[in-house]
Design a protein around this ligand. Structure first.
Ligand SMILES: [Zn+2]
Length: 693
């Protein structure tokens, strides 16, 4: 039975394993990740009805890994693994509830930067925002999303379309001052909701997920064309992969993150080496891991960096592999959100073993859809793979890495001791093996109904159908009264409806069930503050910050609470929030207004301008910015701001009056008169100014 582990060893075809010619100039390196792409939905992986000409062409020029396995089917943790070359259980980024990537984990961007590369990134989803720690090493990290989207959507859904991101990418490449460069482009479109622009919406009606993939591929084509036109394609190392797949209903899961079947962990991975590297195009059939991407980038570029000591894999293009290394996957999402068992798996050429309270084993050759669980029939195979999994998980992170890596040997333990973040329930801290962890926790596959009901409620709230969302959650609560997520979601929904009493009582219930949940504390503080309970609000937000000092929303909430009574405390809190998350437009706006009222017009102008640059649009905001410019004697800018305000609201009398005053100061008397007149016609109280002219 060990046949699976030895005879199908992962070996590159001989032609691929040529030696590198000596002393090549360092190549440009381009990493492209497209979110949520199932391998079997690309032409180069056999899909027949999805048009992906860009990636298919890249596949013809490169090496296609037919069985690439994501280490974790969640966007941020998967990218953390890709960029650091470490497993999620080592770097501590296991789901999107975790803390920012710990500083001792080096990103390949840092390695490239240190070796003379200019580094840039364009990311397309808030979940990869700089506050999570992946911006390290990038000279430029383009993660500014429009503030309008910030206000409308759940944070997890804040994104931008491929057309925008590719345009930003080309702009960055155009102005890159020197070569070589390391550039990471992340596109988010295939992630739900599936709403591709035309013509993809029509062309892929009924299967919009595929439409999103075709759209992203088309936009990526613009980048590849630009590279070719500028003679940057052939000489660049280009690596494309996805962070995870999408279930699309397989195993009862709609999207990704909850399970670790191949629908969500089998991803496309293509390496296009630079011309002259000695590697030839081809296909590699065996399982490989995404943590092998970072070492591949670094080693094919010929740079030597301390980051290599951190890597857990020799890379994708090694020619000396004699033994198949099974690919690892995990998800902590069921655990972190619901308190159910996490899942871990190992995948070989033949089998996929999933360690769950009820273990699963699939013959992926005979049963690629993983429908027939062989765990009971093939207990011996399960036992071997279980041992191998334990070995993998035990992998003492820094212990085997020496002491000069900059990595704290206790990093993982320390993170665990900190409880990662408030979502973590206490039980995680005292357990170190997956077996111990899993013992006694519900099996996610048995709670699928509850998970799906929660998602359905979340969708209903997203569509402002509060009644439906509340009805669904009511049913969940009846069956599982200990589930803290239910009152949390109800509390958040009540906040959005400005039902402060209800929000407060739901969030208090949530904190009774999960006392460490800082996000609920922040929301509770908001509800209490709106109810006039300032002391209670302050106390909860303080607790949230104590638990998670990087919670910029909590700092923002604290600033708002202090704004009326303690201006200097409010300023400190705003500054803290902005230092953690410079692109949070609401902090910029409200900090700017506080500075305005404090008559710090120069600082006010800077903050308000930034809020507007981040996409906030309000006539009054432009009007205040105009006044701040006017008070600091920047009259041309003041005029432009008032005009902007009037574009948004031509009937804003104050803006006409302010504009009149600015014109007057600029000695543009007829223009000033006209504006005074308009102000008077809109508001009688302003007529005295007009008559003075
Ligand atoms: Zn993702």
């Amino acid at each position: 039975m060990l046949q699976v582990l030895t005879c199908l060893a992962f070996l590159l075809p001989h032609a691929l394993a040529a030696t590198l010619p000596a002393r090549k100039p360092a190549p440009n390196v381009i990493l492209i990740t497209i979110d949520t792409v199932r391998a079997d939905h690309l032409g180069c992986y056999g899909a027949e009805n999805v048009q992906t000409p860009t990636l298919d062409a890249l596949a013809r020029d490169g090496i296609v890994f037919e069985r690439a396995i994501s280490q974790v089917p969640l966007t941020w943790p998967s990218h953390a693994a890709i960029l650091t070359g470490t497993y999620p259980f080592q770097n501590g980024v296991q789901d999107f509830t975790g803390p920012p990537l710990a500083p001792q984990f080096r990103s390949v961007a840092q390695a490239f930067k240190q070796h003379g590369y200019v580094t840039g990134a364009v990311v397309s989803a808030f979940v990869l925002d700089r506050s999570f720690g992946l911006a390290r090493g990038f000279d430029s990290y383009d993660d500014a999303f429009s503030a309008e989207i910030f206000q409308k959507k759940d944070l997890g859904l804040v994104d931008r379309k491929a057309a925008d991101s590719v345009t930003h990418a080309i702009e960055w490449l155009k102005k890159t001052p020197r070569r070589p460069f390391f550039f990471w482009l992340h596109l988010y479109d295939p992630h739900s909701p599936y709403d591709p622009p035309e013509p993809y919406g029509t062309q892929y009606a009924g299967r919009l997920y595929d439409g999103e993939i075709a759209y992203a591929d088309h936009e990526l084509g613009r980048l590849i064309t630009w590279l070719k036109r500028n003679q940057l394609y052939d000489l660049s190392l280009i690596v494309f992969l996805s962070d995870h797949g999408e279930s699309l209903g397989d195993h009862g899961e709609k999207e990704h993150g909850f399970f670790i079947y191949n629908s969500t962990v089998h991803i496309p991975l293509i390496v296009k080496p630079p011309v002259g590297s000695g590697f030839r195009p081809g296909r590699v059939p065996g399982p490989v891991e995404t943590i092998a991407v970072a070492p591949t980038l670094v080693r094919l570029s010929g740079i030597k960096d301390v980051v290599e000591k951190q890597f857990q894999s020799p890379g994708l293009l090694r020619g000396d592999a004699s033994e198949e290394v099974p690919a690892y996957s995990e998800t902590f999402y069921p655990f972190s959100f619901f308190g159910w068992s996490p899942l871990h798996s190992l995948e070989t050429m033949r089998y996929h073993y999933i360690n769950a309270p009820q273990p699963e084993l699939y013959d992926v050759v005979a049963d690629p859809e993983e429908k027939n669980n062989l765990a009971t029939q093939q207990a011996a195979t399960v036992s071997v793979l279980k041992d191998k999994l334990q070995e993998r998980l035990k992998n003492p992170f820094a212990g085997s890495q020496g002491t000069d890596t900059g990595l704290d040997p206790d990093a993982v333990q320390k993170l665990r001791a900190l409880g990662y973040f408030a979502y973590r329930s206490a039980m995680y801290r005292s357990t170190f093996t997956s077996t111990a962890l899993a013992s006694g926790l519900p099996d996610p596959k048995e709670r699928l109904w509850e998970f799906n009901a929660t998602l359905e409620a979340s969708d209903a709230f997203g569509a402002n159908d509060f009644q439906k969302g509340e009805a669904i959650l009511g049913q969940v609560r009846e069956k599982d009264p200990q589930q803290y997520i239910v009152p949390f979601m109800l509390g958040e929904a009540a906040l959005r409806q400005k039902l402060w009493d209800r929000a407060a009582s739901d969030l208090q219930e949530c904190l009774r069930l999960n006392p460490q949940f800082d996000q609920a504390m922040t929301s509770l503080a908001r509800a209490l503050y709106q109810k006039g309970e300032v002391t209670g609000a302050k106390s909860w937000v303080g607790k949230a910050i104590q638990l998670n000092p990087e919670n910029y929303r909590a700092w923002y909430e604290l600033a708002l609470i202090n704004s009326a009574t303690d201006k200097s405390a409010a300023i400190t809190a705003f500054e803290k929030s902005i230092s953690i998350q410079p692109n949070f437009a609401m902090s910029r706006r409200d900090f700017g207004m506080l500075q305005f009222h404090q008559q710090n017009y120069s600082e006010a102008a800077a903050q308000l301008a930034k809020a507007i640059q981040l996409g906030l649009k309000a006539p009054t905001l432009h009007n205040f910015l105009g006044i701040a410019y006017s008070r600091t004697n920047r009259l041309q800018r003041a005029v432009a701001s008032y005009q902007e305000a009037l574009k948004l609201d031509p009937k804003l009398a104050e803006a006409h009056l302010n504009l009149a005053y600015a014109y007057q100061r600029l000695n543009r008397i007829p223009a000033a008169k006209a504006e005074y007149k308009k102000a008077c016609s809109l508001e009688e109280k302003y007529c005295k100014f007009a008559s003075g002219q």
